[in-house]
Write a protein that binds this ligand. Structure first.
Ligand code: ZN
Length: 120
């Protein structure tokens, strides 16, 4: 019985896109290296791992931004600014503008709180 080179090769299914690739460093990043020298490959192919990392990074960025937006100082400044706008411009148009701003902000605030699960 002769084995072809292909059947000798290990294949690995990507955990993400479910595609099968040769289990080599060309298609997968290494995860850990065992003390005996065996390389363990990641469960996602390189393409999926990159997409995952990118997504993770943007999620982290978003979390930081939300934290910033949700910080007490930001809320205070925002409130102060809104009050100032209201005080300085008593005209109907500006008042309406203020109302829209405030409504928009409150809408977002709720959204933000839901996302970061912060109760005030
Ligand atoms: Zn994949």
């Amino acid at each position: 019985m002769t084995e072809s080179k292909m059947s000798n090769m290990n294949f690995k299914q990507c955990n993400e896109c479910k595609e099968v690739f040769p289990a080599t460093l060309e298609y997968f990043y290494k995860n850990v290296k065992r003390p005996d020298g065996t390389i363990i490959l990641r469960r996602q192919c390189k393409k999926c791992f990159c997409a995952y990392k990118k997504k993770k990074n943007s999620e982290e960025e978003m979390k930081i931004k939300i934290k910033e937006l949700n910080s007490k100082r930001y809320l205070e400044n925002r409130a102060k600014h809104l009050v100032q706008v209201k005080e300085n411009y008593g005209k109907r148009r500006q008042a309406l503008e203020f109302q829209i701003l405030e409504e928009f902000y409150l809408m977002r605030k709720e959204e933000i709180e839901k996302m970061v699960n912060v109760s005030t």
